[in-house]
Design a binder for this molecule. Structure first.
Ligand code: PM9
Length: 474
């Protein structure tokens, strides 16, 4: 049977015009922005692939829900709708809303970490590690080594290396570990998933040692989709059931609803641990607001609740991931170095050829610009060059994002030096992806002329957001 196209399971009702600019204009704007794509104005961007965070297009059903916002200070109806959605889809009993993911991380880290304790994570994430360190905790990388190699085609590069966990317990003792922080579709590794088999074994290990698992569930649905596509025994199983099975291994999660949950703002802590819930409720009133709104309007909570049901629609998540694959496939065809795999294999009867991709395509800046040493910020350089070429905005995920080691003060030097082309959910068409691909191809052809950057302003925390750079003039 010949291959059949599977289209998006929705049509477009409202459009937002895009603004095109000249190369000369963009050269000026990137200079003003200190060669940092975070510092550009959105109106100067043509196709915005900075992030998939808070950039989703909401459905008509979510917008309709916004009109049903119950803006009571306490006990909003929408809180209870959200609570029910989290219970039904994620399977956790208790929920504390927060205004976004890092607020949930802040409260969790403050409550669950004693100074000097380790928090093993399957690779770091910027805000998660920051909150761990602010609480006196120590980040410990327990992801498999394959995750640090962009060319390695391992299908589950988000997996945890249990030998690394064993080593930590042997060296430091069980009580030195606060909890395991496990992220699905590991952002900094290139959106790489873990397998259910690995999670099962990690949970057994954690159970033996009495160490809880707290997920960073930000992109759990995409991980569930990869398990459906790649892991024996899960083909044909609804993503909704796979997600529940994943979450059943955790004591709870922190969540940035701005990703999987298809909203522009929101987050939560969810847990089955009543004591943690009680303490989180006590703390949320200090930093976010009452425990039935946590910094969100009633209408925002309604949109999150409706997004939670929409995100587990198999047709939706398949089309999302296929769009990432479309972009990745075009870059791969042109020989541009990207993080692999973006690929998996669908069941025969799905008529899907290669349903690849997570939330983004990650271009390997080290191999793209081998003449730019890592301390001249190849990924930062490439992201700026992409903007100048076409008005496409991506994000650095390399040495700038990694920050400095708090004890030595030196740059942390990650093996992965990437530009993330992050695809907002339900926002762009595949023709937009073609424009992005063609710009990357143009840059690749002229790559030898691209020069590195020097950092001229460096904020002490999460420096990638606001750091400024200037070109190195030879
Ligand atoms: N992620 C992203 O673009 C937004 C800001 S950081 C550049 O990827 C994970 C895995 C995330 C994440 C945010 C957060 C924090 C936690 N975990 O942005 O505070 O990818 O809602 O969530 C961003 P908030």
């Amino acid at each position: 049977m010949h291959k059949r196209t599977i289209a998006e399971p929705y049509k477009i009702k409202v459009v937002e015009p895009l603004r095109m600019t000249t190369r000369h204009y963009r050269e000026e704007k990137i200079r003003e922005a200190g060669h940092n794509t975070f510092l550009l104005r959105s109106e100067d961007v043509y196709i915005d692939l900075l992030t998939d965070s808070g950039t989703s297009a909401m459905s008509d059903n979510q917008w309709a829900g916004m009109m049903l916002g119950d803006e009571a200070y306490a006990g909003s109806r929408n809180f209870y709708t959200l609570e029910r959605a989290v219970q039904e889809i994620y399977g956790f009993r208790y929920i504390v809303p927060t205004h976004q993911g890092r607020a949930a991380e802040h409260i969790t880290s403050q409550l669950r970490i004693e100074p000097g304790q380790y928090v093993p994570m399957n690779m770091y994430f910027t805000t998660t590690r920051e909150h761990v360190e602010r609480a006196g905790g120590i980040f410990y990388d327990c992801i498999i080594d394959e995750a640090h190699d962009p060319a390695n085609p391992h299908p589950f590069k988000g997996n945890v290396d249990i030998a690394k966990l064993d080593r930590l317990v042997q060296e430091k003792g069980r009580d030195a570990i606060a909890y395991l922080s496990i992220a699905p579709c590991v952002n900094m590794a290139g959106g790489q998933p873990f397998s259910m088999d690995n999670l099962h074994r990690v949970a057994a290990w954690a159970g033996r040692h009495g160490i809880p698992i707290i997920f960073d569930a930000t992109r759990a649905v995409e991980n569930a989709y990869f398990i459906q596509q790649r892991e024996p025994g899960y083909a044909g199983k609804p993503v909704r059931e796979i997600l529940q099975e994943m979450m059943s291994y955790g004591e709870g999660c922190t969540m940035s609803s701005k990703k999987d949950n298809l909203v522009n703002i929101g987050g939560f802590i969810a847990t089955n641990n009543e004591e943690f819930f009680t303490r989180a409720k006590e703390m949320v009133v200090v930093f976010e607001g009452l425990h039935t709104y946590g910094g969100l309007a009633g209408r925002d909570m309604e949109a999150v609740a409706r997004g939670i049901y929409e995100m587990v629609d198999d047709a939706y998540i398949a089309s999302r991931v296929r769009q990432v694959e479309h972009l990745g496939g075009r870059l791969r065809e042109a020989g541009i170095p990207i993080v692999e795999p973006i690929g998996g294999h669908a069941p025969e009867d799905a008529l899907v050829d290669r349903p690849d991709g997570g939330h983004a395509v990650f271009v390997d800046a080290k191999r793209f610009l081998p003449h730019v040493p890592q301390d001249e910020f190849p990924a930062q350089t490439l992201a700026a060059a992409l903007y100048v070429d076409s008005g496409v905005r991506g994000m650095e995920r390399g040495i700038v994002s990694a920050g400095r080691d708090p004890t030595t003060g030196n740059h942390r030097v990650p093996k992965l030096e990437l530009v993330r082309l992050t695809i907002p959910r339900r926002v762009y068409t595949n023709l937009h992806m073609d424009v992005v691909a063609e710009s990357c191809i143009t840059l690749y052809e002229g790559r030898k002329a691209i020069r590195g950057l020097k950092m001229v302003y460096e904020p002490p925390e999460l420096r990638f957001f606001q750091a400024r750079f200037e070109p190195i003039i030879p």
